[in-house]
Design a protein. Structure first.
Length: 611
């Protein structure tokens, strides 16, 4: 037996899978379901995408407005705070004790202490002469030190109020921001510089108060940096004066300036945070530009959007499942009458009565059912008419065939009787005539037996039969009657195949088919027997490479008295067909002229099919 290569097997499996999918897509119920899902789901999906996009834009705009507004509020408060400190240093520089050279260092230090105690925002204050020497100090730690190289001193000597960056000194344990202003005497002559160092906590508390107004929506982090990226103010004091802020934000000094001039939010390189960057302006000169940065976590900003997406997906899933259920029930209601009509039609084809369900359905389906009912009634009437016509035709053919088959022997017998009557004959001639007449009588008897065999039902003896053993038995009996050089018989039924049948009747069919195949081979040829098992049946195929049957003759094969043999009566194949029907099987014949004939016997393998 042949085998199927793996690649071809996979191709067949794939093709069968595609075929099943194709059949599913062709069904009315599947198509209605798909179309309904498309009609309902696509607009819902588009609406969801549009709504999601609009909500995202709205949240982005809201975040932009909130962060920008928050950062501007902090900038404005910082501006006011720093200008207040600058106003303080101006007042300090104009203090009557400070501008009067007649007061001692101790008196000036005491006056400065009173000032910072009243304000409460300063660590301490220095008073320097024109050479940069500290002549008064509220902490008394730096008197006598020369600070002429400090930038805030240089700027004050030039006549400017100045605001420094954050830096540390030995006088204070924490980072400070120094202010400076020139001191003029009553004559308007510059006589020195005052420089208070104010507390960063105050600046931070002010920024935090404003930032809390934004935090009502979502948490934010905020800080102040200069254009060099140095942290000026931060909640954690240890982070002040660090230079990692720009790197963490993915910014350069140039981009920092550019971002501060735009209203758009700046997104960090890792995409996790967004920032609003605003420049800080003061009335004093500064060492570097300052910037307020307010940042928020993108996940927290867009958390409402994620919640909205979850709700959308939940609603979409519920709607999708609801549509599937509703459309399934609807299509089932629509398709059920069609399926019932198909089943009724198939039952009618199988020989049962065409019965339409009396359940109420939609009007069009009821009209279709009535149309089918009228069509089936018309078909039944036409079928009865055809059967009646065929019966008359068959009876005529049967009568003609019987008359022909019986008339010839009777004519022969009659002729010999007339010869015997007309003259005297010797014993030898009488015996010769008698043998001929007996042969003709036997011919009539065989014909009548075949005719009765075709017409009369038989009492069958059902039993389990090993088809392999039966074929070997028939072949052993049949082979001696055919010349070995003329026909080669190949039996491929080599293992046990159990069928359920009547042994004698099945044997009769097999012998008839083998005999016809042998007679069809005019020169050399072969007859091949093979089988394959199906559910509840065995398909036995007997094929030959003889002369075959023409299409014109093939369509008449099986009709009683139709034969192409000179000495045949046309009852052989008809009898085989009749027997196979009795055995609950089938007799099928295929043939191609000059190529051969293939007869297929479909034989039951179980008694479940026997009623």
């Amino acid at each position: 037996m042949g085998t199927v290569c793996p690649n071809r097997r996979r191709a067949l499996i794939r093709r069968s899978g595609i075929g099943r999918i194709g059949r599913m897509l062709k069904s009315l119920q599947t198509r209605i379901l798909l179309y309904s899902l498309l009609i309902a789901s696509v607009p819902l999906l588009i609406l969801g995408i549009i709504s999601y996009g609009s909500q995202r834009s709205l949240l982005e705009k809201e975040a932009k407005n909130a962060l920008n507004a928050g950062s501007l509020n902090i900038v404005n408060e910082t501006y006011s705070y720093l200008n207040e400190r600058i106003s303080d240093v101006k007042l300090m520089s104009a203090n009557s004790v400070i501008i009067n050279p007649g007061h001692s260092k101790e008196e000036k230090s005491e006056e400065l202490k009173k000032f910072i105690d009243a304000k409460g925002n300063y660590y301490g204050v220095l008073h320097l002469d024109m050479e940069g020497n500290v002549i008064a100090d509220t902490s008394n730690k730096m008197i006598g030190d020369n600070l002429a190289q400090r930038i805030w001193f240089k700027e004050a000597i030039e006549g400017h109020e100045f605001l420094s960056d954050v830096y540390k000194t030995r006088a204070f344990s924490e980072p400070i921001i120094a202010l400076s202003a020139p001191v003029y005497d009553n004559a308007g002559k510059m006589i020195g510089v005052v420089s208070p160092a104010f507390r960063l906590e105050g600046l931070w508390e002010l920024m935090e108060k404003k930032a809390n107004e934004i935090s009502e929506k979502y948490p934010v982090n905020f800080f102040m940096i200069n254009q060099e990226g140095i942290m000026i103010s931060k909640k954690d004091p240890h982070g002040v004066m660090q230079d990692s802020a720009l790197k963490e934000m993915g910014l350069t000094k140039g981009k920092l300036m550019e971002a501060s001039l735009s209203d758009d939010l700046y997104s960090a390189e890792n995409g996790e945070k967004i920032y609003s960057i605003q420049p800080v302006h003061t009335i004093a000169k500064t060492e570097n530009k300052w910037f307020v940065v307010v940042g928020a976590d993108k996940k927290q900003v867009f958390q409402p959007l994620n919640d909205l997406l979850t709700r959308y997906l939940t609603i979409y899933s519920i709607v999708f499942v609801s549509i599937i259920l509703a459309v399934y029930l609807l299509t089932k209601t629509l398709v059920r009458p069609v399926q019932e009509l198909v089943e009724a039609t198939e039952d009618f084809i199988g020989g049962k009565e065409f019965i339409i369900s009396d359940k109420r359905s939609f009007e069009e389906m009821e009209k279709l059912n009535l149309a089918f009912l009228r069509m089936m009634e018309t078909i039944e009437d036409r079928e009865k008419e055809i059967v009646r016509t065929e019966k008359l035709k068959y009876v005529g053919q049967l009568a003609a065939g019987v008359a022909h088959e019986i008339r010839n022997p009777l004519t022969t017998i009659k002729g010999f009787f007339q010869l015997l009557k007309s003259q005297d004959h010797d014993k030898t001639l009488i015996e010769k005539y008698s043998d001929v007449m007996l042969h003709e009588v036997d011919r009539v008897n065989v014909f009548v037996t075949q005719l009765l065999d075709l017409a009369k039902p038989h009492q069958l003896e059902w039993e389990k039969i090993d088809l392999k053993d039966l074929l070997e038995e028939i072949i052993d009996t049949y082979i001696p009657s055919i010349p070995s050089f003329h026909v080669r018989l190949i039996n491929e039924v080599t293992h046990s195949v159990v069928v359920y049948s009547d042994r004698n009747r099945l044997r009769q069919v097999l012998l008839n088919v083998l005999n016809n195949s042998c007679e069809a081979i005019e020169a050399r040829g072969q007859i091949e027997l093979r089988h394959n098992s199906e559910s509840h049946y065995v398909r036995l195929v007997i094929s030959d490479d003889g002369k075959g049957i023409s299409p014109e003759n093939l369509k008449n094969i099986g009709m009683p008295f139709y034969t192409t043999k000179p000495d045949g009566n046309g009852l052989g194949v008809a009898t085989c067909i009749q027997i196979m029907e009795e055995l609950k099987g089938k007799f099928q014949i295929e043939s191609v002229r000059d190529e051969g004939t293939k007869v297929t016997l479909i034989i039951p393998t179980t008694n479940r099919l026997i009623k």
